[in-house]
Design a protein around this ligand. Sequence first.
Ligand code: DX5
Ligand code: ZN
Length: 216
Amino acid sequence: MLVSPSLLAADFGRIDAEIEMLNRSEADMIHLDVMDGVFVPNISFGFPIIKAVAKRSEKPLDVHFMIANPQNYIGMARDCGATIMNVHQEACVHLDRTVRAIKDAGMKAAVALNPSTPVVMLEDVIGELDMVLLMSVNPGFGGQKFIENTLAKTRRLRRMIDSYGSHAKIEVDGGVNEHTGRLLAAAGVDILVAGSYVFAATEPEDAIRRLKCLGQ
Ligand code: DX5
Ligand code: ZN
């Protein structure tokens, strides 16, 4: 299992220490949540923070753009150090064009789906994708309850990926802890995003290690 801790739940007053902890940990990447107050009803952080994290991080950056018109920010995402650029299907009218532009810019392309968006929306682009991000909460806030339907949705997506011979990985984001993580591992998830479960733990590195062990 790959693990991508979400910095949204970190203490931004001691961000250096939080990133050092992630560098020491078994985390495979760092998940960054960009929110614009338009696509989602919350505002988080933008490019200066991504750049600062990139400078300190020894892990790849998995950047989740919960913003309108993400196609306008592909060059900036790359220049700020994003490794994976996640855009929402619901925010992209020309999704195929956006996915190709992300890859042409040298990043990995991922598409995120809100809980109400069916996986079939990605059927004609799945061959181009490096990753699909299934939201297991409605995006905008950390600390929400896991939506159970994500388990059946993960299984459907796994079947679709296999039937198209796609190499896309499945990432799930929202309400992930040891319990929901175990269910997701059984459903075929490759990457778990976890915010509060990691950063609210007394020993965040152990919490990451526990998620890493799921699915073995
Ligand atoms: C929610 C964000 C998530 C969030 C997850 O909109 O996309 O990445 O940080 O937080 P938890 O793990 O606390 O549900
Ligand atoms: Zn996220």
